[in-house]
Design a protein around this ligand. Structure first.
Ligand code: AMP
Length: 468
């Protein structure tokens, strides 16, 4: 069974720059929010691929200068990986690199493939031996078996069998290929630096290395870069694109431009719309940092209620934080957040967050705000209730664990102990992100609509996992 290994990842690639591995390192640094579990870089000097990968944050895995001496060459790709379920095995780190009949190839993947298990079963039946539990390895196997001559044709032959979400960057000794799936679920941007082509999950990676953002790679587009320059192809059957709305809601960095819009601007707009849809008499608007900040600014601007940082986040608590001992576990969310009593005491507080998943965070934070002396606590969420799991690369728990799949808004309000609770409407969310009936972007909003744009096979075992 595949683990959810490529959920919420970040990819980077650069072709034709003498500092390729160093720039890939910086690019990954800027994409760290997309995955903190492991990371890696594969570099090519034109004749050979070399890799360095490891568990942990970019700054830790690449902390020695000697690492870069072992990654020579002017082409490199990189990956940061997020994984929740037991992914602490270095062999699952990306980029995945293999030697096969036609040379060496490495791949970095963001997204989740919905039919990978089916294909893996079929290939294993025919004798293929897989060495990771990542769905991405399926692509490598299909590519190695592809019969076409050119690399681009082989990539297309492999991907024609694949369904689901993928923003991929491949590197061979002499070429780089970047592909976005026909639905364009995950972002992927194209840039240029000193004549070298650069690709990255988000444009914030370009800002750090001072690359020029050219454009987004389009849904269904494949680009091939080699010493002749860049070629663009649209090899797949066209479908209606469905970029992921949750990238705008939670996942991407606010300084990035994705799906044609700056994330910060979209989140502020979510907040403005939220204030229009769910106004409340209150003294102060407080975001849950960091994810609730831009929407809270929008809410405050629209409502005229002052914005205050009533909760302070400890920025040194990583996702990999291991709770110390049973006896002091109850510290929980307090390790990450602490209220500013002076802001909250005696006040009617509007608390803004981007989403409620299981409801446990909101419940603990409200308790904390009440303990700091709040008179009333009104919770406003800058997206609709997330009632359905994601199969395209956002890590969401099973349906059973998603509080809004089985509870009404009033029940959730009672559970999290807020005075009132309001979610942004589906129409408000989509409109604020740039969707419109005519023209605008069409989004994948399966997490709140339950309408999945790419169908997936229901394999044995899914029921037990409670996915449906
Ligand atoms: P919960 O306690 O499960 O309701 O978690 C809600 C919090 O998780 C919110 O503050 C969100 O910002 C954050 N969040 C939402 N989606 C995700 C995700 N896919 N991965 C990690 N955190 C998330």
């Amino acid at each position: 069974m595949f683990d959810k290994f490529n959920d919420e990842c970040g990819v980077f690639g650069i072709f034709g720059h003498p500092e390729a591995a160093n720039l890939a390192y910086l690019g990954l640094y800027a994409l760290q929010h997309r995955g903190q579990e492991s990371c890696g870089i594969v570099a090519s000097d034109g004749t050979r691929l070399r890799a360095h990968k490891g568990m942990g944050l970019v700054a830790d895995v690449f902390k020695r200068d000697s690492v870069f001496e072992n990654l020579p060459g002017s082409n490199a790709i990189g990956h940061v990986r997020y994984s929740t379920a037991g992914g602490n095995d270095v062999k699952n780190c990306q980029p995945i690199m293999v030697d096969y009949a036609r040379g060496s190839i490495a791949v970095a993947h963001n997204g989740n493939l919905v039919n990978a298990q089916e294909i893996r079963n079929e290939l294993e039946h025919k004798g293929s031996i897989f060495s990771t539990v990542a769905d991405t390895e399926t692509i490598i196997h299909l590519l190695a078996r592809a019969e076409c001559d050119s690399l681009s044709d082989r990539v297309v032959e492999a991907l024609e069998r694949i369904k689901g979400a993928y923003s991929l960057v491949f590197l061979t000794e002499t070429r780089m290929v970047a592909v976005r799936d026909p639905n364009g679920f995950r972002p992927l941007a194209l840039g240029k630096l000193d004549g070298a082509y650069v690709v990255a999950s988000e444009t914030c990676a370009f800002d750090l290395i001072e690359a020029e953002f050219i454009r987004e790679i389009e849904p269904g587009e494949m680009i091939l870069v080699d010493k002749e320059g860049l070629k663009s192809f649209h090899p797949f059957k066209e479908v209606k694109p469905s970029p992921c709305i949750f990238e705008h809601i939670y996942f991407a960095r606010p300084d990035s431009i994705i799906f044609g819009r700056n994330v910060y601007g979209v989140r502020k707009e979510f907040g403005r719309q939220l204030a229009l849809e769910h106004p409340v008499e209150a003294d102060v608007v407080v975001p849950i940092p960091d994810s609730g900040v831009p929407a809270a600014i929008g809410y405050a601007e629209e409502s005229g209620i002052p914005f205050q940082l009533g909760l302070i986040r400890n920025h040194y608590v990583g996702r990999t934080f291991i709770e110390p001992q049973q006896s002091i576990r109850h510290f929980g969310v307090k390790i990450k957040l602490n209220p500013v009593r002076e802001v909250i005491q005696g006040k009617r507080v509007v608390v803004i967050d981007d989403s409620i998943v299981r409801g446990t965070t909101a419940r603990k934070i409200i308790k904390m705000i009440r303990n700091a002396g709040a008179k009333e606590v009104h919770v406003r969420i800058s997206c609709p209730p997330t009632s359905y799991p994601c199969f395209y690369g956002i890590d969401t728990p099973t349906r059973k664990e998603l509080i809004s799949s089985s509870h009404t808004i009033e029940e959730i309000n009672r559970y999290i102990t807020s005075d009132t609770l309001g979610y942004l409407s589906q129409e408000g969310t989509l409109a604020a992100a740039g969707a419109s009936v005519v023209g605008g972007t069409h989004f994948c909003d399966a997490c709140f609509s339950g309408s999945y744009p790419v169908k997936f096979p229901r394999l044995k075992g899914d029921k037990q996992l409670g996915l449906f």
